[in-house]
Design a protein around this ligand. Structure first.
Ligand SMILES: *Cc1c(COP(=O)(O)O)cnc(C)c1O
Length: 227
């Protein structure tokens, strides 16, 4: 995996330091997630609170002695990558530093309120539905300026970049126009939105070539491809 990331970076003259690998651990248990951290991958992504919160409790030193007693693992950065209901926000804020699925103002409001209570700031990727598929979450690309303006009201939610999901296609190349469009959309916002969360097991190399700073890789990594 590291070699393939490095090769993709080299093809477009990027530094590997500019790409963060998020290990999506939603398919695996606490034990396996602990192994991922011990392996030195310190960014983990989860998409469902029911699974994610018990894992966080078991693996985060911040959760107290309970965890430290069982797992001696380095402290991870926890990314919430799935769609997030407002009633689940209180489970996420204070545990996950970064949300990849900010797609509506009501969610920004809920995140802000909870973050204020907890005395933290939530970093957020704005999810954009570049492909326009009705089944996908995310704002439409042309809604971004208005969305950014509305977000200014929520000081505890800090937008840091854009996120998208490409339609599933066996050919990774099919994702390229989607990733490129996300990068181009961000062009006018470089100072405020420096990061791009895009690329999964199937197409992360293409995403890196198109400027991804955060790739979210699950099945391929958990399938044992650690080369
Ligand atoms: C599951 C998931 C991933 C990882 O998908 P893989 O194809 O297993 O790499 C990435 N991003 C999101 C939002 C996901 O839900």
């Amino acid at each position: 995996m590291n070699q393939r990331i490095a090769a993709a970076c080299a093809r477009v003259h990027r530094s590997v330091d500019d790409v963060t690998l998020i290990a999506v651990t939603k398919y695996v248990d606490v034990e396996t997630t602990a192994q991922v951290l011990k392996h030195g991958i310190l960014h983990v992504g989860e998409s469902r609170t029911q699974q994610a919160v018990p894992k966080w409790r078991a693996l985060s030193a911040k959760s107290g002695t309970q965890a430290e007693a069982y797992y001696d693992v380095p402290e991870a950065h926890w990314h919430f990558i799935g769609s997030l209901q407002t009633n689940k926000v209180k489970e996420v804020v204070g545990r996950f530093t970064t949300i990849h699925s900010l797609d509506r103002i009501a969610l920004a409001q809920a995140l802000h309120d909870q973050a204020m209570k907890s005395g933290v700031t939530v970093q957020a990727f704005i999810q954009v539905n570049v492909s326009g598929e009705p089944s996908k979450h995310g704002i439409a690309p042309d809604e971004l300026p208005k969305f950014m303006e509305q977000l200014e009201a929520f000081s505890s939610v800090k937008p840091i970049g854009l996120m998208t999901m490409a339609p599933f296609d066996r050919s990774p190349e099919a994702s390229r126009p989607i990733f490129r469009a996300l990068r181009e959309l961000r062009e006018c916002w470089l100072d405020k939105l420096p990061y791009l969360s895009m690329g999964m097991s199937n197409d992360y190399e293409i995403a890196i070539e198109e400027g991804a700073t955060h790739i979210r890789v699950g099945s391929q990594l958990m399938g044992g491809d650690s080369a």
